[in-house]
Design a protein around this ligand. Sequence first.
Ligand code: SAM
Ligand code: SF4
Length: 312
Amino acid sequence: MEEKVVELILKDDYGRPIENIRMSVTQRCNFKCFYCHGEGQLSNSYVEMSPEEIEFIVKVAASLGVWGVKLTGGEPLLRDDIVEIVRRVSSVPGIKDLSLTTNGFFLKEYARQLREAGLSRVNVSLDTLRAERFKAITGVDAYERVIGGIIEAKNAGLNPIKVNMVLLRGINEDEIDEMINFIRENGLILQIIELERPYEDALYMRYHVSLDDIEGRLKREAKKIIVREMHHRKKYILDNRAEVEVVRPMHNTEFCLHCNRIRLTSDGKLKPCLFRNNNLVDLLSPIRSGADERQLRELFIRAVKIRKPFFT
Ligand code: SAM
Ligand code: SF4
């Protein structure tokens, strides 16, 4: 008999509902993007959750009102069981939105299988449209390959496809117009992302660019502006073929106030905030010691209750 999904949204002590989970499925990566935050996971862990364990955690999350799952990493397509993971997660009752973020290197090979397994949409990291710059940022000469992956994802029917562009001072600031043309011509959505660091370290000082100017321009040019529930991110509809989202987390109290996501590290720990590492709640060890759904639900609720906005 199919299990009943509880229609209840779990809220933290700041009134923020938890509706999404961002799950890292590996810390391994074949790229070396110099600015990578590794989803805020500090420990270098070789432990990875099995597809069954991932499915179990998603079931528990769904029973508490979570309906959106984003798979991330490291590079999620390095897992040779990624199609099985997608199949299992997409079939959990209550999960309405399953997406994945990838560097695109293996997307050409996987796009169709992922679509068939129940993936609805995909984010592809692409900071530049110049092959040389791509190599300088990622450490890998794979620009053409990633473009091929995006085209195949489109042909496979993954929709929408978002291009994640982290804006970097002196590196790709001059490519915004080109990028907007690229997404317009290819029917994609552009996400311009502010460089995130928990502290204003040397890398931040060197490469961080404020998104004020670009956002001001988008505001003036937009035919329509949509404020998304998640983080109150703004989406600018420039014309019927170009949509640009702006992700501005740094020192943004609105962003934290409207954060409706919890994270899971690749070694199975709930992580209430990207920038905090002193409040993780281990799920994988209890699962491996035989914890049942009720016990996991209690751990989940505990992790939600210790959530705190980072920028206040
Ligand atoms: N490897 C996959 C990828 O590149 O999409 C998934 C993991 S990656 C950590 C997820 C997203 O985080 C990518 O779009 C990447 O550009 C973005 N990202 C990584 N480090 C960042 C940082 N310091 N600030 C803002 N975005 C960052
Ligand atoms: Fe980080 Fe993704 Fe780049 Fe790998 S591809 S280094 S996980 S941003």
